[in-house]
Design a protein around this ligand. Structure first.
Ligand code: GTP
Ligand code: MG
Length: 332
């Protein structure tokens, strides 16, 4: 074909073959395309995700959150290697829109996931580079789809429990796991009530050594706290468990709850409806992201916005007139 689209489409076909064959280098190349900010790459990435769509949706999608140091990475390592031992293929993704995680701490994370990092049935991908939460979440969602098409049947999405990113992760997964520390029943460890309400399970980690009794006390407190919250689903009451990512004690039981949840929600049709709702939500989130993109990236618009904002602040320009001006610039 001599058309300009020819070679690119050929590349996409090759990418799809490699991804579906589970070739790690090709998977990584696909993710790089998804994460690229270049508009031609973004166009190809959209085509790629669309073409992969029929092969997606088959994974158990689990979101994992908790304060820094609660043991998310250690838990993912323990859980992930248990599951690869059972013949599963695990993809580990992250949503971290802050610039907290530099190259250095990605490496540190890999040492916390020592077993998975060398496991051929595990694929670990750090969070897309910092950007807006919406942008980062969108890329992680597409990466998740790509991993599913590559045959990963469990996707674990980690996010640190300090902001809006928990909601984004709960919105892209089937099961949202909130990790807690023993002994710190104090106002649910600073977590916002909204995050606790999203949880499909609370798991108190580090229930080992001297901490076992304290972990049990914490679990009882969380159980009592959950009673006064409205459950996320009519078909599921979030359990509260204790475990140790370090010793592995309780990790299998933790996973059994995830599967139980899946069975119950599938039977009730809720898993399918949850995913359908999520997909529509993604569409709106991406539309918003796309419509707002010029406001953030177009230099002329950015400059004009600053002075428009100043005029609105000074009271010389009405907000409605300002919106007219901005929308006018977008239409150009
Ligand atoms: N005793 C004990 N220590 C644990 C356990 N799980 C994790 N740790 C320790 O807690 C520390 C933090 O663990 P990480 O897995 O890095 O925690 P994280 O939640 O991923 O932390 P961030 O990525 O910084 O948000 C490490 O020193 C772990 O060895 C556990 O079950 N028992
Ligand atoms: Mg970590």
């Amino acid at each position: 074909m001599s058309s300009r689209r020819g070679p690119a489409l050929l590349d996409i076909a090759r990418l799809i073959d490699g991804i579906r064959a589970g070739q790690r280098a090709v998977i990584a190349r696909g993710i790089t395309l998804i994460e690229s900010r270049r508009s031609d790459h973004q166009r190809l990435a959209r085509q790629l995700v669309q073409d992969l769509l029929p092969f997606t949706g088959n994974a158990v999608r689990v979101g994992i959150t908790g304060v820094p140091g609660v043991g998310k990475s250690t838990t993912i390592d323990a859980l992930g290697s248990m599951l690869t031992g059972e013949g599963h293929k695990i993809a580990v993704l992250a949503v971290d829109p802050s610039s907290r995680r530099t190259g250095g701490s990605i490496l540190a994370d890999k040492t916390r996931m020592a077993r998975l990092a060398t496991d051929m049935n595990a694929f670990i991908r750090p969070s897309p580079a910092s950007g807006t939460l919406g942008g980062v979440a969108a890329k992680t969602r597409e990466t998740m789809l790509l991993c599913e098409a590559a045959g990963y049947d469990v996707v674990l999405v980690e996010t640190v429990g300090v902001g809006q990113s928990e909601i984004a992760v709960a919105d892209m997964t089937d099961f949202f796991l909130l990790l807690m520390l023993p002994g710190a029943g104090d106002e649910l460890q600073g977590l916002k009530k909204g995050v606790v309400e999203l949880a499909d399970m609370i798991a108190v980690n580090k229930a080992d050594g001297d901490n076992v009794a304290r972990a049990k006390v914490a679990a009882a407190e969380y159980r009592a706290a959950l009673h006064i919250l409205t459950p996320r689903s009519a078909n599921w009451s979030p359990p509260v468990v204790t475990y140790s990512a370090l010793t592995g004690e309780g990790v299998a039981a933790l996973w059994a709850h995830v599967l139980d949840h899946r069975e119950k929600l599938t039977a009730a049709g809720e898993l399918a409806s949850r995913r359908a709702e999520q997909q529509v939500k993604w569409m709106w989130a991406m539309l918003e992201e796309r419509l707002f993109a010029p406001l953030r990236s177009d230099r002329a618009i950015k400059a004009a916005l600053a002075s428009i904002e100043a005029e609105v602040a000074a009271g010389t320009l009405a907000p409605a007139a300002a919106v007219d001006k901005i929308v006018g610039m977008l239409g150009r």
